[in-house]
Design a protein around this ligand. Sequence first.
Ligand SMILES: [Zn+2]
Ligand SMILES: [Zn+2]
Length: 148
Amino acid sequence: MEKQVNNFEDKLRDNSLKLTGPRQCILNYLACNRDKHLTADDIHRLLLQNDEKVGIATVYRTLALLEKLELINGIYLEDGCVRYQLMDTKEKHEHHHLICEKCNRIIDMQDDLLERLERQVNEKYGFCVKNHKVKLYGICKECGQMKD
Ligand SMILES: [Zn+2]
Ligand SMILES: [Zn+2]
């Protein structure tokens, strides 16, 4: 964790930016919640719970900046709320997301499964895929088992 914060600091420094209090706090929350996908409101609530006096506008601005620097990932859903997650530097591409239409849960998909598709796209269109964002919509296991 300590090491990771240093990496963030490097990345910010490369862009002539400082690791300010709010930036550090937000990155820490996302680092502690790697398996979750937090909205600006969620993060704002966490800040308030920890007595960090950061306005919601700063949270939005900070998240936008961190996303631009590719330190975090924004997942854009139809409800207009962006969910954020720390970027995993080990991942070649962003992981895919399974989105349950019943409970709105977002499940991280660890397998890529698209390498073949990318190869075929490259052969057929001469197009080199650098990244992809995949969202699969459906019903999660728990919701599928529920009988109403
Ligand atoms: Zn569900
Ligand atoms: Zn995710």
